[in-house]
Ligand binder design. Structure first.
Ligand code: HEC
Ligand code: HEC
Length: 240
């Protein structure tokens, strides 16, 4: 009886090991491109070379073996390159970060995976907002609770804040005059677009990070193994 349970546990552990190996495979560059557009494009630009002279926008991404660790933990002392990994309070899973690496690698290989095309919108500021602000403030200014980014307040002077940024925070200045990537016309379009949102908008919470695919499988197998061990311990007691 106990022997059979032990075998079951061993089988579960082997399957679990397999799932972990699967989860740490090569990464999906197409998903990586979507994640890049959503989270990294605003500062690092479409080719990872940066897009302005201000420190928030001037960093180029090099692909090397340290990529995953830098993205997960952020750069110590940097106000702008914060931790993106879930284990450090960010929004991205370990799998997401591998997908990002697979995408960034396509630059090195000289055949970049195309970035997803933004949805058509009739509002001129919508695409600009999506490319520059949504990474931190969510698709409609709701904020992103996991990364600690605030909602864009109903009464905020969006134009002035976006132009100059906010001191001692991760809110970078976007105006060309301050080393950012956007013209006055772009900034005005974004500010106008932000006035079209319904208020108050609900904040995006953990739903955007629900475990998917292999992560979910590992979780289920892990829970299953614990159950089996528990059962084994219970049934083993009287006979010993
Ligand atoms: C708010 C702007 C901003 C965003 C958004 C951002 N970064 Fe960065 N990133 C920076 C800055 C600034 C640095 C340089 C930090 C330093 O060295 O002081 C940096 C550094 C890095 C580095 C290390 C540079 C090197 O030597 O290769 C990597 C890798 C990187 N970022 C990847 C990413 C990825 C992937 C994302 C999206 C998940 C992302 N960054 C999002 C601003 C940003
Ligand atoms: C790298 C992340 C990041 C990006 C990208 C970003 N912001 Fe912010 N933003 C922040 C943070 C963090 C704060 C809060 C700063 C503080 O309170 O100290 C903030 C604050 C703001 C505020 C003030 C919120 C309020 O209601 O008081 C506005 C308005 C704002 N951002 C607009 C924008 C716009 C418009 C863009 C795009 C052009 C943008 N942000 C891009 C991180 C970001």
């Amino acid at each position: 009886m106990a022997k059979r349970a032990l075998i079951t546990v061993l089988v579960a552990l082997v399957v679990l090991g397999g799932a972990v190996v699967l989860a740490h495979g090569d990464g999906d560059p197409t998903h990586g491109a979507a994640l890049y557009a959503e989270n990294c494009l605003a500062c690092h630009g479409p080719d990872g070379q940066g897009r302005g002279t201000h420190e928030a926008f001037s960093a180029a991404i090099q692909y090397d073996s340290g990529f995953e660790a830098v993205v997960a933990r952020g750069v110590a002392g940097s106000r702008y390159m914060f931790a993106w990994g879930q284990e450090y309070g960010g929004p991205l899973s370990a799998e997401d970060i591998l997908d990002l690496r697979a995408y960034v690698q396509t630059w090195q290989e000289g055949a970049p995976e195309p970035l997803p095309v933004a949805e058509e919108s009739t509002e001129p500021g919508a695409a600009l907002y999506a490319a520059n602000c949504a990474a931190c403030h969510g698709p409609q200014g709701q904020g992103r609770s996991l990364a600690g980014f605030p909602a864009i307040g109903q009464y905020a002077d969006v134009l002035a804040v976006a132009r100059r940024g906010m001191p001692n925070s991760a809110m970078p200045p976007f105006a060309e005059a301050y080393g950012g990537p956007l013209s006055e016309a772009d900034l005005s379009a974004i500010a106008a677009y932000s006035r079209s949102w319904e208020r108050p908008a609900p904040m995006i919470v953990a739903a955007e990070n629900s475990p998917q695919g292999a992560g979910m499988l590992i979780l289920l197998i892990g829970l299953g193994s614990i159950g089996i061990v528990g059962l084994w311990a219970l049934t083993a007691k009287p006979s010993d």
